[in-house]
Design a protein around this ligand. Structure first.
Ligand SMILES: [Fe+2]
Length: 281
């Protein structure tokens, strides 16, 4: 397996705090059957992308982990105006190994107007956009049709492994599973941050997908699509995303309108909604 979203590089964001944690996370990943980690430090207002530090520590970790696991370099690219301008000015700086696949993230609660235009500009600059964990954003849970809009504009979708089995709340779980059933997922990755908290676990999600959707789908989401992204080539043929072009609304949306979904939120282990907790007493 290849994990394309992992905060392995220490001391540059809220991921690994020190070199020992980085090494521990990499070795957990290897024990899970991961052969390559794509390191994706944040690039946002809280954690600006310090390219010199990132490159230095990436090189150090790659050296220390030689023979155990392969590393690639990319970025958890926050869609700010400054980042977008920089990415366009420095083609492929932030993409996976500089080969064009760019993992993009949004703010949790607002998708600003003009985002479609910004995404168009990045695509025009040569990037292939991967929307990271849409199932976890409260703003997307409120407006899941955004996912269809992005996919219709050639964006790819990466879901967090733990979302599939409830690690990020019930809403994220329900949305992730519907995306899976509809073939609206292209990658599953850990978004690992620490050895214990948000750990780099892939095996459980792989088994989950294989059980639900079969071996071919599991291989595609955990192995062949990630490999194509790392190599910077087109993805292999994908199954038809069900209902995408017919604008068939997600069942998730309908459930939410019925008020039976709970908020889920964007955080791991999110509690049931206020109303659920109130009425279950
Ligand atoms: Fe991330």
């Amino acid at each position: 397996m290849i994990d394309i979203h992992h905060h392995l590089i220490y001391g540059v964001d809220d991921g690994a705090p020190d070199v020992d944690s980085s090494l521990q996370m990499a070795r957990i990943a290897a024990s899970e059957g991961v052969t390559r980690i794509v390191c994706t430090p944040h690039a946002n207002d809280t954690y600006p992308y310090r390219e010199d530090v990132v490159l230095e520590r990436f090189g150090e970790l790659r050296e220390k982990l030689k023979g155990e696991i392969e590393l690639s370099l990319a970025c958890d690219f926050h869609m700010t105006a400054e980042n977008i301008q920089d990415a366009i000015a420095h083609p492929r700086r932030y993409s996976i190994d500089g080969k064009g696949y760019l993992l993009i993230e949004f703010a949790n609660h607002v998708i600003p107007p003009g985002m479609d235009q910004a995404m168009f500009q990045l695509r025009s600059a040569g990037y292939t956009l991967i929307v990271t964990h849409p199932e976890r954003y409260p703003v997307v849970q409120q407006n899941p049709e955004l996912i269809a809009t992005w996919m219709q504009q050639d964006c790819l979708v990466q879901v967090t492994a733990g979302s599939l089995y409830g690690r990020f709340g019930r809403a994220a779980e329900a949305l992730a599973n519907e995306l899976l059933e509809r073939n609206w997922i292209h990658f599953i990755a850990t978004d690992a941050h620490r050895p214990t908290m948000r750990p780099p676990h892939m095996r459980k999600a792989f088994a989950y997908v294989r059980e639900r959707m079969g071996e071919e789908t599991a291989q595609r989401l955990f192995v062949t699509n990630p490999r194509a992204a790392v190599e910077g080539v087109s993805l292999p043929a994908q199954p038809e995303p069900e209902g995408l072009w017919e604008d068939r609304p997600l069942r998730f949306k309908l459930s939410r309108q019925g008020g039976d979904m709970g908020s889920g939120g964007g955080a791991e282990g999110a509690k049931p909604s206020f109303w659920k907790r109130l009425f279950s007493k």
